[in-house]
Design a binder for this molecule. Structure first.
Ligand code: C5P
Length: 236
């Protein structure tokens, strides 16, 4: 059982939102405060796209890409699917290759293929183990863990997200253009929000947090506050 958060079943917290809203960081911090596991579901879409590109499969060939998603040979060295773990795909380390803008762009293309989403469903649900899971993505609360105890939708303006990404890339010594990042983020939002299957949107029962003017600590406090409220309301 992955859902509901009733006795003996893992408690699920979902954190959905657009790229750059800080959900990966917040998911990791929330999980470490509560002693829960983490799922970075975006990594599975990135891995699928990367495996397809490595095998020279056209990203528009839905059936072939879905087959790759179904049979992904991946190892998360920390034992979790999260951004800090070392990731091995088909025997080669891809930890850094996965985090590039190009990998995100390719991931968003394969993520629009219904067969790919279907193929990754069980793999994602298998991450739900006791005592609990914090799942970060686009459709964690709406589709994958629709009966989660707590659903957060974390967002921020496109401008702020582009600035955050700009700073991050600059610190890594990469040469980047802020207007170009703005356009790329906007294009990815449009694709993720406009697709017919599992579009990015808040679940009806999600708590929406805009992180544009908040620090990481402030967002974490809000999320933990919502978690304690949800636990006491549902008397777990
Ligand atoms: O979160 P991240 O930037 O790693 O996600 C990469 C892409 O994977 C997103 O732009 C989105 O298209 C797709 N994705 C998705 N559903 C998820 C997680 C990611 O469609 N649950």
């Amino acid at each position: 059982m992955w859902h509901k958060g009733v006795e003996h079943s893992p408690i699920i917290i979902t954190i959905d939102g657009p790229g750059g809203s800080g959900k990966g960081t917040i998911a990791r911090l929330t999980a470490s405060s509560l002693g829960f596991h983490v799922l970075d579901s975006g990594a599975l879409y990135r891995l699928t796209a990367l495996a397809a590109q490595n095998r020279q499969v056209d990203l528009a060939d839905s059936a072939a890409v879905a087959k790759i998603a179904e049979t992904l040979d991946v190892e998360f060295v920390s034992g979790e699917c999260q951004k800090s773990s070392k990731i091995i795909l088909d025997g080669h380390e891809v930890t850094h290759a996965l985090r590039t803008e190009q990998a995100g762009e390719a991931a968003s293309k394969v993520a629009a293929i219904p067969l790919v989403r279907q193929a990754l469903l069980k793999r994602q649900r298998d991450f739900a183990v006791a005592p609990g899971l914090v799942a970060d993505g686009r459709d964690m609360g709406t589709v994958v863990f629709s009966e989660a105890l707590l659903k957060i939708y974390l967002t921020a303006s496109v401008q702020i997200r582009a600035e955050r990404r700009y700073k991050e890339l600059k610190e890594k010594g990469e040469s980047v253009s802020l207007p170009q990042l703005f356009d790329e983020i906007k294009a990815r939002d449009d694709r993720d929000m406009g697709r017919s299957v599992a579009p990015l949107k808040p679940a009806d029962d999600a708590v929406i947090i805009d992180s544009s003017r908040l620090s990481i600590e402030e967002v974490l406090d809000l999320v933990l506050g919502e978690y304690h409220k949800a636990v006491s309301t549902k008397s777990l």
